[in-house]
Design a protein around this ligand. Structure first.
Ligand SMILES: Nc1ncnc2c1ncn2[C@@H]1O[C@H](COP(=O)(O)OP(=O)(O)OP(=O)(O)O)[C@@H](O)[C@H]1O
Ligand SMILES: [Mg+2]
Length: 143
């Protein structure tokens, strides 16, 4: 399913719809070019889950960030700077995926194999920003 994201409010509405559908034990993979809206979506999703507005700082320089709020745990992972699969071991990615938490990943390509084999319900969103038009292509999600 493709959704046009003309304004920030469209991204916010998409995030709210998804927040209502998830159980917070899924894996959400966000792909798409630089500046296509992955962090923005993550920020709105986390807000829609009840976390404080400033939970997701921008820009983020940490690869793995855990946010905790009222017993809810969300991992926000950005693999942009990861070059080798061995680096993912050092980050403890497999341990994170085995915990009871929501895991959101920007630039998931480097961890493709680990994500495919982790056994989590996985939602994929591909963000596009082309000729001034933004959109999101959703896989494995009925909203
Ligand atoms: N739907 C939208 N409408 C208008 N502007 C948007 C929208 N979504 C994101 N933006 C803007 O685009 C810019 C880049 O967004 P964002 O940082 O979320 O991209 P990103 O995909 O996370 O980039 P990176 O690949 O660098 O991590 C921000 O200034 C953000 O406000
Ligand atoms: Mg980002």
């Amino acid at each position: 399913m493709v959704i046009e994201l003309k304004t920030l409010n469209d991204t916010k509405k998409l995030a709210s719809r998804i927040a209502k559908k998830i159980k917070c034990n899924e894996l959400i993979l966000l792909s798409g070019d630089l500046g296509s809206g992955k962090t923005t979506f993550t920020r709105y999703l986390i807000m829609a889950l009840g976390f404080p507005e400033d939970t997701v700082k921008s820009p983020s320089f940490t690869i793995v960030q855990e946010y905790l709020h009222h017993g809810k745990s969300v991992y926000h992972i950005d693999l942009y700077r990861i070059e080798k699969e061995s680096e993912l071991k050092e980050l403890g990615l497999e341990e994170i995926l085995s915990e009871q938490s929501l895991v959101i990943v920007e630039w998931p390509e480097a961890g493709k194999k680990i994500f495919e084999n982790c056994g989590r319900e996985t939602l994929k969103i591909n963000f596009c920003f082309n000729k001034g038009r933004r959109s999101a292509y959703l896989t494995n999600l009925n909203i």
